[in-house]
Ligand binder design. Structure first.
Ligand code: C2G
Length: 767
């Protein structure tokens, strides 16, 4: 809401009013209203009943309409129009905002042209204003670079042509049907295209980003239909588009629609779940159609939208549906509606669409089902050809999941099959060492790796992987399972997770800047199958509860992966690893292990990383005494370049188990990675190279701790500071001694080298 109000303030316009419509707001708004006094706010309160009734059905329409009058988005907007006193009305939802200059530009155009409607562009984002503007600026700079590139592509031109062709078609239709009227409809075909034709489905037809002349809405008596929850803009826009005499598009005026990344706590209206969306959709279609006549271009496009809806949304649903209503009442209703469609329109359809609509008109549920089955099968085959994994998923769902569960089979996976490492490794080794033969193991591993105790090895997403995923009783993993994994009766899913969190996780993150904006919704679904979750300390337990909305058993036992750091053989193990890595005798070792940046990626799971540590400088300054082990996060796709400093920097990014690397490291440098919580078990010095702290903390993630006061080492911002700190490491250790001890007590004191044992006993039912 602050982004919204501030974006109004930043417009720099003087003569305006803000009508704030309160739809049963329970919070006290006194402070907010006083903070934004300069916005000339008038508040309008909607009265009872409390909420929009979602129980609307075609059957008992009358009764429901009475129930839900004066609440919901349609009622709110109507109340806003009624209360408004200015010349123009602009609708702004409280979770959205507008870019600077938007209202000024729209107003100028409206005044100059005496227009009924002026409208701008609609941008869509997952982010709050600060982040969005920052992104926009970065994009602009990127585009500037491209413009200067003589090989830059000319793709945009073809896009414009497509829109122009459509607009031309609409113009011709206008000329044909409304010759006399056409002179006075400046900008109307363009508005038809932008605001109606090009909007996918009826739900995307919207008044956001549009500025109407208030007199026009009042003269024509155009209001939002309060029967609707999801589709109230459809009939409004059909009426407005038909009746307006002029419309103007201002490209630079931008309305920013903020998408909701957390449908669990803050669903957008479009994300709310209801069974009745079909009824609303159809009613919106019917009502909108009533406002058009047979030769109307809008009717033409409305009918096309109905046909598309039937072919690609309704028919697949009909096929899957076990609910009689889809095959009887609703099917009949669709049939009646399609029968009214101009036959010429149906003649012009292509293959699948034409066939399926004909089958509908004949009233044959069977034939529609057959056609859609064939259509979907063709689509699936195409998908399989493109991506073999789809076949494996298909087998999983269709066959493997129906096979009996293998009671003593355990599937283990670490970091998406990228390595043999982390807590799953240590639980696996504990079980094999102490209960040989009791379980059979399957390891998910995507590369050639030696794994002791001869497990079955499978590649992630292969057919064998899908098979074992379906039949293994136990599943031990440290990140997430794919969204399509089902929990079967008898399955036990142990999520070990992979670190004590400094950076905020999932539902505690305000923004989701990673490659998958639907992360929160996906995470929620994926984490519902977990039975147990491991935590290394009380702090993590609390964080996981709120971040994962996890309410099952949390095993606060310490991390199995840290057992090795408390092993009595750790010196011998370290000596072996030093040899394996060719660390020169007599040199001390620094491990540099930074985390990933959510906003810099090539695609899902493939993130960019630019090394900001100046290896040449480090080599020059400390190369006599030290070597550096460079270790990127498992998400990083870029490989590090150590040319010229090979004798000083060893790239250990492909080394499987970071816990082993801790053992050979005299010092850790990290940034915001959870690695320091684990490394602290060794009580060795830790430095934080936080060159992008402000951006990372304030824009990208947010932290659970105050990094400036709670971590056991100094924050360093430049290479020179890093060099300096390494040279003075003894003084730093002394300076941080007390803080380190407190830190250890808080985060590491549960670790006693027996976490794997405790977890195994609990989860695998071993006495
Ligand atoms: N890791 C690694 N090398 C790095 C960074 C991380 O091997 N350079 C491994 C460590 O085991 C680490 C784990 O990946 O504990 C998780 O890495 P983080 O950098 O903490 O990032 P993320 O994967 O986002 O994990 O609650 C855990 C974290 O806060 C989230």
């Amino acid at each position: 809401m602050e982004d919204c109000l501030e974006s109004i303030r930043d417009q720099g316009i003087v003569d305006y009013e803000t009508v704030l419509v309160l739809d049963h707001v329970e919070e006290d708004l006194t402070q907010l209203l006083s903070d934004y006094q300069d916005l000339n706010i008038t508040t309008v309160e909607l009265k009872k009943p409390q909420r929009f009734s979602y129980s609307y059905t075609m059957e008992n329409k009358e009764e429901n309409i009475k129930l839900k009058s004066y609440s919901g988005v349609a009622a709110a907007r109507n109340a806003g129009i009624d209360a408004a006193q200015g010349d123009y009305v602009y609708f702004l939802d409280s979770d959205d905002y507008i870019l600077n200059g938007t209202l000024t530009m729209l107003l100028k155009e409206a005044d100059e042209e005496k227009a009924d409607l002026v409208y701008g562009k609609k941008a869509s984002t997952w982010f709050r204003k600060k982040v969005f503007l920052n992104e926009l600026e970065e994009k602009r700079l990127e585009e500037l670079k491209e413009e200067q590139d003589p090989n830059g592509d000319i793709e945009n031109e073809t896009k414009i042509t497509k829109a122009q062709i459509e607009i031309q078609k609409i113009k011709e239709n206008f000329e044909e049907n409304f010759k006399d009227h056409y002179q006075s409809t400046t900008g109307k075909p363009e508005a038809y295209y932008h605001l109606f034709v090009s909007r996918k489905g009826l739900a995307n037809i919207s008044v956001l980003g549009l500025m109407f002349r208030r007199q026009f809405l009042n003269d024509q008596n155009i209001r939002f239909d309060e029967d609707f929850c999801f589709y109230s803009d459809t009939t409004f826009m059909v009426q407005a588009l038909k009746r307006l005499t002029s419309a103007f598009f201002v490209e630079e005026a931008v309305y920013v629609k903020r998408r909701h990344n957390d449908p669990i706590h803050f669903p957008a209206i479009s994300q709310s779940k209801t069974d009745n969306r079909f009824d609303e959709h159809i009613l919106a279609y019917q009502k909108a159609r009533k406002y058009t006549n047979s030769n109307d271009v809008i009717r033409q496009y409305l009918e096309m939208k109905l046909i598309t809806y039937f072919a690609y949304t309704y028919a697949p649903r009909l096929r899957r549906s076990e609910n009689g209503i889809w095959k009887t009442k609703r099917f009949q209703l669709m049939r009646d509606l399609v029968k009214e469609v101009d036959p010429e329109r149906i003649k012009s359809l292509k293959k699948y669409k034409k066939a399926v609509i004909k089958a509908l008109m004949q009233g044959s549920v069977k034939r529609v089902t057959l056609l859609v089955t064939l259509y979907l099968a063709r689509k699936k085959i195409k998908k399989i050809k493109k991506n073999k994994r789809v076949f494996a998923y298909h087998l999983y769902h269709k066959y493997f999941i129906k096979l009996p569960i293998k009671e003593n089979y355990v599937m283990c996976e670490s970091f998406f099959g990228k390595s043999y490492s982390d807590s799953p490794k240590y639980i696996y080794e504990y079980l094999n060492k102490n209960h040989p033969g009791r379980f059979k193991f399957v390891w998910v591993i995507n590369k050639k790796t030696d794994i002791p105790y001869h497990p079955i090895k499978v590649r992630r997403f292969s057919i064998r992987y899908c098979y074992y995923l379906a039949v293994c009783k136990y599943n031990v993993f440290n990140v997430r399972q794919p969204e399509w994994v089902r929990k079967r009766e008898g399955n036990v899913f142990l999520e070990t997770w992979h670190g004590t969190p400094l950076k905020k996780l999932v539902f505690d993150q305000e923004e989701v800047m990673g490659a998958s904006p639907l992360y929160k919704a996906q995470f929620y679904k994926q984490s519902r199958i977990w039975d147990y979750l491991i935590s290394a300390n009380r702090f993590s337990t609390e964080a996981f509860k709120s971040a994962f909305l996890f309410d099952k058993e949390i095993l606060e036992y310490g991390y199995p992966r840290n057992d090795i750091l408390h092993s009595e053989h750790k010196e011998e193990i370290a000596a072996k690893i030093r040899k394996k890595l060719n660390i020169p005798e007599g040199k001390k070792t620094i491990l540099y292990a930074p985390t990933w940046r959510d906003d810099e990626y090539y695609g899902r799971g493939a993130y960019k990383f630019a090394l900001k540590l100046d290896l040449r400088l480090l080599k020059k300054e400390i190369g006599e005494d030290y070597v550096v082990l460079l270790r990127t996060h498992y998400f990083i796709a870029d490989s590090l370049d150590v040319t010229g400093v090979e004798d000083f920097a060893i790239n250990v990014s492909k080394y499987d188990d970071i816990s082993e690397l801790y053992l050979v490291s005299d010092m850790l440098i990290t940034d915001y990675s959870s690695v320091f919580f684990d490394f602290a078990n060794l009580k060795r010095p830790i430095l934080f190279y936080t060159y992008d702290l402000d951006k990372y903390r304030d824009m990208i993630r947010g932290f659970y701790l105050d990094i400036e006061s709670d971590v056991p080492g100094p924050l360093l911002y430049t290479n020179e500071e890093v060099v300096d700190a390494i040279k003075n490491i003894d003084e730093i250790s002394a300076e941080y001694k007390e803080k380190y001890d407190e830190f250890y007590e808080r985060f590491c004191s549960l670790e006693d080298g027996h976490a794997a044992e405790k977890v195994a006993k609990k989860v695998f039912n071993i006495e």
